[in-house]
Design a protein around this ligand. Structure first.
Ligand SMILES: Nc1ncnc2c1ncn2[C@@H]1O[C@H](COP(=O)(O)OP(=O)(O)OP(=O)(O)O)[C@@H](O)[C@H]1O
Length: 469
């Protein structure tokens, strides 16, 4: 576990009104073992954003600082953090929110433990165990990966990884094992539940004694023994037959099992990591998966997003696979036509499909220069030139459709975005009558914009904001 006595560096930024005791907070944190440094653009690491009210300035500051790592929003307001405000801050990218209160030792300790832990998560994200194996810098991917890393390292919780095929569940399971502080680098024991046959299932998990069935020529350990003190990874756990679900539950609860044909109880302690691309809660409703087992295996649940929801990861992944396939210098690279094509695809098979496509392209490439359009197999080439307007809207709309966002919600979001954009644009020009001009551009009345502003400033301020004239 991390040593909290080491002075923990972190950035510190205050967006507080006049009269706030910012220097007092900074001094208390420094006295408590923290090393606050002023926030600057690009500065890495976790940090603290000190605020008194969640106004436009605080929101803008949060948007800036969250790129520098995890943000603890620390509230100086006398009345503490309001419930709606806490959720709004998390939605806007803060990792956590807490009230400073009077700066008691407990407040300082709470900040310290978060900074120490988050810094360790960042170090782990930067370690070769993560960087060399799990590629992707999109916000959605990084955030789920950070959570996996944090759980793997700081807890021994069972982990359930969900996600479509090819999204990296097995890689993530291997990472959990690699980062687990208990397991002495024991290899991960993998059981693919889709390949378990009813006759051999017992032996596969429990092992067997010599002569316990025809063909059992010698005693053999099963997965429960092999995973002792390490990690047992059950891939496609939704496929586990019902009787094995019951037995697995018993082994998890009691930490003991008997080999097939044996009478001796043997103990085992492993971390369980399960993966599935099924909706297990739906399987429970249909009576195909035990609810009690689900709650045991799903103490920490992570959903790995499909590749189409993180288009920013396509090129880094493609470059990563290319480097694996054509190692050496100069580093191979795709030319713009191929890159555009790669980004525009849908990838129902997710990262695995991208990997296979890159392999097919690399196989057709000759020489050491850029990999050009001719290397793309004819069957994979785009049928017609994509329309640029269509392409820019397709990705977010596809994402919204996948996430179950309704047409009304998309329309509302587009309306809000467009109004905010045009008002901000006119505000930036700094000329009087900005609402009139914005209304003209948008084809709506000034009154409509005033009402929109009123409802939005009220929402932003948790129902207390004054309208902007
Ligand atoms: N983030 C990633 N970085 C690098 N390679 C990745 C990443 N995600 C997936 N891959 C690669 O994609 C392929 C599929 O990954 P993996 O087997 O982990 O997916 P999965 O979700 O377990 O798939 P399935 O459900 O079909 O078993 C592997 O070759 C893996 O190395």
């Amino acid at each position: 576990m991390p040593d909290e006595s080491v002075r923990a560096p972190f950035w510190f930024r205050a967006v507080t009104g006049p009269g706030a005791h910012v220097s007092g907070v900074r001094a208390a944190l420094a006295a408590g073992g923290l090393d606050p440094r002023p926030w600057e653009p690009g500065v890495p690491g976790p940090g603290v954003l000190l605020y008194t009210s969640l106004d436009g300035e605080a929101r803008a500051a949060l948007r800036e600082v969250r790129h520098g790592g995890r943000v603890l929003a620390l509230c100086l307001a006398r009345e503490g953090v309001r419930t709606a405000e806490a959720w709004a801050l998390l939605r806007s990218g803060a990792q956590d929110v807490m009230a400073w209160g009077e700066g008691r030792d407990a407040d300082v300790a709470a900040v310290l433990s978060r900074m120490v832990r988050w810094r360790r998560v960042e170090e782990l994200m930067d370690s070769s165990a993560v960087r060399d194996n799990l590629v992707g810098g999109s916000t959605v991917w990084r955030s789920v990966l950070e959570d996996v890393v944090e759980t793997a390292y700081f807890t021994d919780n069972p982990v359930l990884l969900t996600g479509e095929t090819g999204t990296g569940k097995e890689l993530a399971a291997r990472l959990v094992n690699a980062l687990d502080q208990r397991s002495d680098r024991t290899p991960l024991v993998l059981v693919d539940c889709t390949t378990i046959t009813p006759t051999l299932a017992g032996s596969e998990f429990f092992g067997h004694e010599k002569g316990s069935f025809t063909g059992a020529l010698s005693a053999r350990d099963g997965a429960f023994a092999l995973a002792d003190q390490g990690t047992l990874f059950l891939d496609e756990v939704g496929e586990l037959p019902p009787d094995l679900q019951a037995e697995l539950l018993r082994v998890i609860q009691e930490g003991a099992y008997k080999r097939v044909g044996g009478n001796t109880w043997r103990s085992t302690r492993f971390r369980l990591v399960c993966a599935t691309n099924q909706d297990l809660e739906e399987c429970i409703r249909q009576g195909r998966f035990r609810g009690d087992l689900f709650y045991r295996i799903a103490a920490s649940r992570f959903h790995l997003p499909p590749l189409r929801e993180r288009p920013d990861d396509v090129l880094p992944l493609a470059d990563h696979f290319l480097e694996q396939l054509i190692p050496g210098h100069p580093r191979p690279h795709f030319d713009p036509a191929v890159r555009d094509m790669l980004v525009g695809l849908r990838y129902p098979g997710n990262v695995r499909e991208l990997r296979q496509l890159v392999a097919r392209i690399a196989a057709r490439h000759a020489g050491s220069g850029a990999i050009t359009a001719g290397a793309v197999p004819p069957s994979e080439r785009p049928r017609q030139d994509p329309d640029p307007v269509d392409r820019s809207l397709t990705a977010p709309l596809r994402l919204a459709a996948v996430q179950g966002v309704t047409l009304a919600e998309v329309t509302e979001a587009a309306r809000n975005e467009m109004i905010a954009l045009v008002i901000a644009d006119e505000t930036e020009r700094g000329r009087p009558g900005r609402l009139r001009r914005a209304a003209d551009r948008l084809g709506v009345s000034v009154r409509t914009l005033q009402m929109w502003q009123r409802s939005h400033s009220a929402q932003a301020a948790g129902g207390t904001g004054a309208p902007e004239a």
